[in-house]
Design a protein around this ligand. Structure first.
Ligand SMILES: [Zn+2]
Ligand SMILES: [Zn+2]
Length: 327
């Protein structure tokens, strides 16, 4: 199923976000970390192929790990089905007939109450939060984890970059012997580092604010669209909220792997008054996955996805190793 829009502008913003991430990572490696923490003597290095001092090697590995997680999360948030309601998702037999509402825009027979129609993607998406230009797709229940990790790791990576760049600028100010200023590419390198500093300040503001907003919306069990409609899901504790939105496999919350989600298409939205009067309790007994069939599939898929993710990560590290050794 096609999930991305034909929106050229959206695709451009998605590519620009990805390009800015990669640009920031490359500049930070070559012009900051490998420059300020350089160790020419192979025998003094922690890892022989990483030409840095011991502290530099730790910084190099940590920064690139954050960059890798951020980039993979961005790509997966964009390329993963955000939770499209397909025609085969039908109400269970005990579902109240009067509550079965169709979607006239995409001709769905049953549009679950917690699904919203996205006019950009022209599909109904379960627990849709918003249509996001950064990923050129919707943020819905199935890619919320990737989007959350993208904002989290980009924010942390940006803060890390700001600290490293400021350290670099201080070291530069202390350069009284012109060792750095006299180097041939100095003006260009300095300009690129200033660009990445501005980029990191902007990124850290946007993403870390979003991290806070997302945690709040998980706990309120309420998407951005629900909030606009003044509706809310059943109240959850923080732990339950993360399981509901990021997956039940909590040991993998921090990695951009496929989450184990319990999707109850029968769940509803309520007015605040209905929550206070506990009216929601009589409705929330309705289950979509009564036999546990979908849960079993979700567990199996998540297991396979983790293996693929680890395989891909190892392949990336080995490839990089050989590139460094050969060149
Ligand atoms: Zn629809
Ligand atoms: Zn959309």
């Amino acid at each position: 199923m096609k999930i991305r829009t034909n929106n050229i502008g959206g695709f451009f913003i998605f590519l620009l976000t990805l390009a800015l991430l990669v640009f920031g990572i490359i500049v930070m490696n070559y012009l900051c970390i490998l420059y300020w923490f350089e160790e020419p003597a192979v025998e003094k290095r922690m890892v022989s192929v990483i030409p840095t001092t011991n502290i530099g090697t730790v910084i190099f590995i940590l920064f690139n790990f954050l960059g890798y997680l951020s980039t993979v999360s961005h790509l997966r948030a964009s390329l993963t089905d955000p939770g499209i309601i397909t025609p085969d998702i039908l109400p269970p037999s005990d579902f109240p007939k009067e509550d079965i509402k169709p979607c006239k825009k995409c001709n769905l027979k049953w549009k679950p109450m917690r699904a919203h129609h996205c006019s950009e993607c022209n599909v109904c998406i379960f627990k849709m939060d918003h249509h996001c230009p950064w990923i050129n797709s919707c943020v819905g229940i199935k890619n919320t984890k990737y989007f959350f990790l993208f904002t989290l790791y980009t924010g942390l990576g940006a803060l890390f970059a700001i600290a490293l760049l400021i350290t670099g600028f201080i070291l530069l100010l202390q350069d009284t012997t012109d060792t750095h200023y006299s180097k041939s590419g100095y003006p260009v390198a300095f300009f690129l580092c200033v660009c990445v500093l501005i980029e990191s300040i902007l990124f850290s503001f946007f993403t870390l604010e979003l991290v806070g907003e997302q945690i709040e919306s998980f706990q309120d069990n309420q998407t951005y669209i629900d909030d606009l409609k003044d509706l809310i899901g059943v109240p959850l504790t923080l732990g339950e909220a993360f399981k509901e939105w990021i997956g039940e496999d909590w040991t993998f919350w921090w990695l951009p792997t496929q989450p184990v989600l319990k999707l109850n298409y029968c769940s509803r939205l309520y007015k605040m008054q209905e929550i206070i009067s506990r009216k929601y309790q009589e409705y929330e007994k309705l289950e979509y996955d009564t036999t546990g069939k979908y849960k079993a599939i979700a567990l199996q898929e998540a297991k396979q996805d983790r293996l693929k993710f680890f395989g891909f990560t190892v392949a990336m590290v080995v490839t990089l190793y050989f590139i460094v050794v050969m060149f």
